[in-house]
Design a protein around this ligand. Structure first.
Ligand SMILES: NC(=O)c1ccc[n+]([C@@H]2O[C@H](COP(=O)([O-])OP(=O)(O)OC[C@H]3O[C@@H](n4cnc5c(N)ncnc54)[C@H](OP(=O)(O)O)[C@@H]3O)[C@@H](O)[C@H]2O)c1
Length: 247
């Protein structure tokens, strides 16, 4: 029986690469995003076993609908990848607008939790499954203007561990934490002077969406069946470089 996945924020970037990697394994995929045109184009690329569910993950009704439609259309839901996120710059945290702060947590933390709850009740509680939450390597450091993003992704990592314990043994819940990846979200970082930035990575390049997709594909496969509650950092060794001080 082919597996079925729901991937949020999959009209481009890492989410689309994840959806393509899963589809290549014969998995039927439901993909979500706000923009209808880009989402329809993504479904066209993914082939006949793909379904678009357009909407904003900040809307709880959309999340419930995405799970319900996936199960209705494909008859099951084995894999959930919580990928959609916002990194809207908020400036220094000390002056953060409470509404903007809350919006970051609604999209980056509450939506993955609600989707997990819906997937659990609709299918995974009785049949098992695998969930991956896309966090960020950035939770391990700090940076200007990304306080709400970083705090929300750190909360998502903690939520991942908690749910891994609560949903075991039937459902595995893991995180993947990318470093800098060539997508629209991070364009403002890598587009300035890519070769200089690439030189700061031990593996001498920035990441591609497919680098992250490979990690997700493995974490939702039976090859990783004894792994839950972990955080797989996919960052070209950047953290190693940060920690390394030549003698
Ligand atoms: N790129 C990096 O360097 C990097 C590093 C660390 C972590 N990450 C994480 O990787 C994940 C994917 O990011 P990306 O770099 O691939 O970003 P991206 O290229 O900008 O793609 C984001 C995707 O999510 C959708 N999306 C955004 N907000 C949404 C919302 N509120 N509701 C539904 N869909 C939404 C977008 O479509 P619409 O705009 O049409 O909704 C798009 O399909 C995120 O969780 C991000 O935090 C990225």
């Amino acid at each position: 029986m082919p597996r079925v996945a729901l991937v949020t924020g999959a009209s481009r970037g890492i989410g689309l690469a994840v959806a393509k990697a899963l589809a290549a394994d014969g998995t039927a995929v439901c993909v979500t995003a706000r923009g209808a045109a880009e989402l329809d184009a993504a479904v066209g690329e993914l082939g006949p076993d793909a379904l678009a569910c357009q909407g904003d993950v900040a809307d709880p009704a959309h999340l419930d609908e995405a799970v319900a439609r996936t199960v209705e259309e494909f008859g099951r839901l084995d894999i959930l990848v919580n990928n959609a996120a916002t990194n809207a710059p908020l400036g220094p945290l000390i002056d953060a607008d409470p509404l903007a702060w809350r919006a970051a947590f609604t999209v980056n933390v509450e939506a993955p939790l609600r989707l997990t709850q819906a997937a659990w009740h609709a299918w995974m509680r009785d049949h098992g499954g695998a969930i991956v939450n896309i966090c960020t390597e950035g939770t391990h450091g700090v940076g200007p203007g990304v306080g709400a993003y970083g705090a929300s992704k750190t909360a998502l990592l903690r939520l991942t561990r908690q749910l891994a314990a609560e949903l075991a043994p039937s459902v595995r819940v893991n995180a993947v934490s990318p470093g800098l990846v060539r997508t629209e979200m991070a364009r403002f970082v890598w587009d300035r002077d890519e070769s200089a930035i690439a030189a700061t990575f031990p593996l001498a390049r920035i990441g591609e969406p497919e680098d992250v997709a490979s990690a997700v594909r493995w974490l939702v496969s039976d090859e990783s069946s004894w792994i839950t509650g972990t955080d797989l950092v996919v960052d070209g060794g950047r953290r190693v470089r940060a920690a390394y001080r030549p003698a």
